[in-house]
Design a protein around this ligand. Sequence first.
Ligand code: HEM
Length: 194
Amino acid sequence: MRDGLHARLRAATAPQHEGLERDLDWRARVATLAGYRALLARLHGFHAAYEPAIAQALADEAFLASRRRLPRLKADLRHLGLPEGELAALPHAEPIHLPNPAAATGALYVLEGSTLGGQVIGRHIGALHGLTGDGLAYYRAHGPATGAMWAAFRARLALFEGDPVGEAALTEAAVATFAAMRDWLCAEAAARAA
Ligand code: HEM
């Protein structure tokens, strides 16, 4: 039963994950440093909108603090030479409505889950562009602690086990966050498909 809610959540969001993985086209986008910087700038806009929204609805900074990646995105963009004025002027996404801690947990599931595949992407970018720590902080994310951080996140998900209303809010927010992220990161792919 330990995996019940998590297994259902993973199944409910699997089509979104597949769609994002397909449309993100990350290998092509990180092939040049300029392309990598542009991708980080889009991710910055998403995290800049969602982290405050999640923080407000979750109301648990002790849990969230080490999972915030906006400072990492800013550090990477600065390292890659983005001028301070341009960093401040980057566009932000519009966050979905997160009415309660369950919904915030669903949105955070998407951001935290991205640290898993992000390990593969980060290693690829590091090798391609000769980056180790600086410039790679967002994708390095929890680094060697990735497994432990994911286990702790899964324990948090399990708190909503046996709470159908909470699970519904959590799942709905996760699906909506995936969809919003796909729109925000893959606008060009969507335009091509239209
Ligand atoms: C920004 C885009 C992405 C987001 C938001 C995202 C989100 C997620 C989430 C939520 C999970 C957790 C699934 C679970 O509950 O077990 C996950 C797992 C995973 N993702 Fe992604 N993902 C993204 C892009 C990618 C890409 C491009 C790849 C391909 C390299 C990838 C590879 C993986 C892998 C391999 C796992 C499973 C890791 C494991 O089970 O140990 N992801 N991702």
